[in-house]
Design a protein around this ligand. Structure first.
Ligand SMILES: Nc1nc2c(ncn2[C@@H]2O[C@H](COP(=O)(O)OP(=O)(O)OP(=O)(O)O)[C@@H](O)[C@H]2O)c(=O)[nH]1
Ligand SMILES: [Mg+2]
Length: 429
């Protein structure tokens, strides 16, 4: 398969951490003792889903095929106070420069910037407590044990914004990829027609011993790119995080005035937003090997200089003048701060969430929502009377019992909470 087709810079996935193992309800068995004390161990924690930045990756293409990731559940506790085994974590490798956003709110949850960086995206559920924990002076033989807590589940969007120090921009066919290939180990496709490059190429440019920077070459831009002409602005996101641009302009092309070409690109950069047009630029007038001599370029060079640009004459093909461009870029980078990624906050600040809500789904069926309620219900073993009693106490404490009575929920009606469903039964006191 053509490597160029395998680029992808946006993807969404669904992740689910492992559920905690159930706590055991178990009693010591000893010779001569009919029923020993409680000795049920705790369940193991569920596995986390962890994201890890990996500098060997440059695309999110793997996520076109695999969209769901689940970590292992924790094992249940057993007798003799034995803990259940912890669930295995699931690690998702992502290219450095990947932003992780919640699918609905677009809230930024992570920005993977350095190789090896890890974050827990979805936490594994806590293991349920075994019945050893529930013994008290008054209750010597508790059967009560908790079920494990469900693992977190999330739908997230991955957005790759390659992290490069320098972005190479310019019209199609200007020689951007030829420049990248001349100064790095990258092998971008190079050919004599527009839009040869259809995906960004990333390369590391070695300037001198221990001195290097990352450079990204993107598809050519043309007038109207901001309206979707050509390959559009699709790939400009990969220069959003650069600190400096090398603007490559082809000279000696009769159909294209270099100054006009320069202005068109800058207009498109501006239309894209993110203040890209304010990014410092080094101008590289390319393909001078095609000119018998460069004296005709004096006026053009002056025009750029007057506007405050660093201008260079080069031939990416013969490498004449290339070193100077690269050295200047390196020098400029030393004084340019690394931009901080702006963190998008949700549009409306959230007030305190209600602890629960009750709504009627249809006659006789109710749905109760609320993080705590869902968690406690999921951790309750409804076969176990003591566990159910404990849940009722929690409902009392949260004020949920009272609210359910106020809403007029009757015995025998169905209550849905999270993925669970049970019948409402008031205590007969
Ligand atoms: N003579 C000469 N040809 C060059 C020079 N630089 C690039 N070229 C040629 O110009 C053509 C386009 O070069 P690319 O590097 O593919 O141009 P690009 O800017 O990456 O083009 P897109 O990817 O289409 O935007 C190729 O045929 C190159 O060999 C140069 O300095 N001198
Ligand atoms: Mg190219």
């Amino acid at each position: 398969m053509n490597k160029q087709n395998q680029f992808m810079d946006q993807a969404w996935v669904r992740v689910a951490a492992g559920r905690g193992g159930n706590g055991a309800s178990h009693f010591r068995r000893e010779k001569w003792v009919p029923l020993g004390g409680p000795d049920g161990g705790d369940g193991g924690r569920g596995g986390h889903v962890i994201l890890k930045a990996n500098s060997n990756l440059t695309t999110l293409v793997d996520f076109a095929y695999k969209r769901e990731f689940k970590a292992q559940d924790g094992a249940p506790g057993t007798g003799a106070r034995k803990y259940g085994k912890q669930g295995k974590d699931t690690i998702i490798d992502l290219p450095v420069g990947t932003l992780v956003l919640l699918k609905g709110s677009k809230e930024l949850v992570a920005d993977l910037k350095t190789d090896g960086q890890e974050i827990i995206l979805a936490k594994g559920g806590r293991g349920g407590l075994g019945n050893t924990h529930f013994a008290t002076a008054l209750r010597r033989s508790p059967k009560l044990a908790e079920k494990g807590e469900p693992g977190e589940e999330k739908d997230v969007v991955f957005e790759l914004k390659l992290l490069a120090d320098v972005g190479v921009v310019g019209m199609p066919n200007a020689g951007k990829s030829t420049l990248l290939a001349a100064v790095s180990a990258a092998h971008p496709k190079i050919a004599d027609y527009p839009f040869t490059t259809i995906i960004p190429n990333l390369g590391r440019v070695r300037v001198d011993e221990g001195q290097s920077f990352a450079m990204v070459d993107i598809p050519g831009l043309i007038e109207g790119a901001s309206h979707g002409v050509g390959l559009g602005h699709e790939f400009l996101r990969h220069v959003e995080r650069t600190r400096l641009l090398i603007h490559v302009i082809e000279i000696g092309n009769e159909e294209q005035d270099p100054w006009k070409a320069f202005e068109i690109i800058n207009r498109e950069l501006k239309m894209y937003g993110h203040k890209l047009e304010k990014r410092p630029q080094i101008v590289a007038l390319n393909k001078i090997d095609l000119l018998p001599d460069t004296s005709g370029l004096k006026g053009l060079v002056q025009k750029f200089t007057k506007k405050g640009y660093d201008v260079f004459l080069m031939s990416a093909a013969t490498r004449q003048g290339v070193k100077e461009v690269i050295q200047r870029a390196y020098l400029r980078l030393q004084t340019l701060p690394v931009p901080e990624m702006e963190v998008k906050l949700p549009a409306t600040p959230k007030g305190p969430e209600p602890r629960f809500t009750i709504e009627s789904v249809e006659p006789g069926i109710w749905r109760v929502t609320g993080k705590e309620v869902v968690k406690w219900v999921a951790m309750t073993d409804f076969e176990n009377e003591e566990a159910v009693q404990k849940l009722k106490n929690i409902f009392d404490r949260l004020g949920l019992s009272e609210e359910m009575r106020n809403q007029g929920i009757k015995n025998g009606e169905t209550i849905r909470v999270g993925k669970e469903e049970f019948f409402y039964q008031e205590d007969d006191e």
